[in-house]
Design a protein around this ligand. Structure first.
Ligand SMILES: Cc1cc2nc3c(=O)[nH]c(=O)nc-3n(C[C@H](O)[C@H](O)[C@H](O)COP(=O)(O)OP(=O)(O)OC[C@H]3O[C@@H](n4cnc5c(N)ncnc54)[C@H](O)[C@@H]3O)c2cc1C
Length: 346
């Protein structure tokens, strides 16, 4: 089990900035997110939307902000763990005093730390499951996926992609050259994705590289231990037809779920975590909540508020690791280690 100074749950903007503030104090972090990329809501929900209220930055798209935050933490010591959800938090001090915690992810990776920062926004983003299919997850790793972790998983496979948004279009275009066959199934012949990607998809249909099946919805997954096909229902007529496949990729968008956070023994109020605003700590020793997930009088769900909160919380994390020591304070311009890492000549 790897030991780190801070485990950050959630790689949204506030989680990313936590790494910066921790780095200034010489603390290392592991940053865990169940999405396949950092950036939280900014990257997942509105990457192209402009943001006007980051101090000193009159205009930036949300993705540009995320890219800048990632650039800003480059000099520091952190590990980014993606595609894994933090499922369990367990105290590993018998008496629960100056607690250390063990954090375990959905892939059974464990970290030990004195400080946990919950920067989980409105909860973990989770892929929507296909409607009316009983327990599709029993085929995970044997033919059902909700995201592309590695393109190689689909090489030379008979793949069916379900969905009508950007992800379904992007991955149809991207995977068509490497699969054995590819069907794109959507309940109507209109798509919600970028027009230029839809155009590219339709060109591939014309070249017989994609088989576009509309207006269809999934009716059943066929297979015992692994997927061998599906039955599809015509959305207009109700007619059923079967189709062979060994990989199904469902891209129906994401839900936000507090999920495991509800099990961690942390006080919650209306799906938010109340905090003490002098340290942004929760009711549990060494567990902090920063960004959209927390609540206190006057709270605003804004990125800059989360940046402030985590800056203060990191000070307390330092004190927990170095009891009795004064937290070093200085402007970044006088932080020689940072300057050296950035290659700034004094
Ligand atoms: C359409 C829209 C426009 C907005 N515009 C602005 C704006 O202009 N300016 C502004 O300041 N704010 C804006 N906001 C709000 C802003 O996006 C949020 O305040 C900000 O994203 C909060 O950051 P965060 O890091 O706290 O959480 P999030 O960005 O929500 O990130 C949390 C991350 O934690 C992950 N996570 C949760 N639980 C777990 C778990 N158990 N294990 C692993 N990972 C987990 C999630 O998958 C997610 O990636 C906007 C929001 C929306 C929806």
């Amino acid at each position: 089990m790897k030991e780190v100074d801070i485990v950050v749950i959630g790689a949204g903007p506030v989680g990313l900035f936590t790494v910066f503030e921790a780095g200034l104090l010489g603390l290392n972090c592991v940053l865990i997110d169940n999405l396949d990329k950092p950036g939280g809501q900014c990257a997942e929900l509105y990457p192209d939307k402009p943001i006007y209220d980051i101090p000193g930055v009159p205009f930036q798209t949300a993705q540009e902000l995320v890219d800048a935050l990632i650039k800003q933490i480059e000099p520091f010591d952190y590990e980014l763990v993606l595609n894994e959800r933090v499922d369990e938090i367990k105290s590993i001090d018998a008496d629960d005093k100056n607690t250390s915690w063990e954090v375990t992810t959905s892939e059974k990776k464990s970290f030990k730390s004195k400080n946990i920062f919950i920067a989980a926004g409105a909860g973990a983003f989770e892929a929507r499951r296909p409607p009316n299919i009983n327990n599709p997850d029993k085929f995970i790793n044997s033919g059902v996926s909700y995201a592309v972790r590695s393109k190689d998983n689909f090489k030379n496979k008979d793949l069916i992609i379900f969905g009508g948004g950007d992800s379904a279009l992007d991955w149809s275009v991207e995977l068509a050259p490497i699969v054995k066959s590819l069907c794109l199934v959507h309940r109507r012949d209109a798509f919600r994705g970028a027009p230029h990607t839809e155009k590219k998809m339709r060109e591939l249909v014309a070249e017989a590289k994609i088989n576009l099946l509309t207006p269809y919805v999934i009716d059943k997954i066929i297979g015992n231990d692994e997927v061998t096909g599906v039955s599809l229902k015509n959305f207009d007529t109700g007619d059923i037809k079967e189709h062979e496949a060994n990989e199904l990729l469902f891209l129906f968008g994401l839900n936000k779920k507090l999920g495991p956070i509800l099990e961690w023994g942390i006080d919650l109020k209306d799906k938010k975590i109340p905090v003490n605003t002098s340290t942004y700590s929760t009711n549990r020793d060494g567990i902090f909540a920063v960004g959209d997930i927390n609540d206190y009088e006057g709270k605003l769900d804004l990125i800059l508020c989360g940046f402030h909160e985590t800056t203060i919380a990191v000070q307390e994390a330092y004190r927990r690791i170095n009891p009795g020591q004064r937290v070093p304070f200085g402007y970044t311009t006088s932080n020689s280690k940072l300057q050296a890492k950035l290659g700034v000549k004094s």
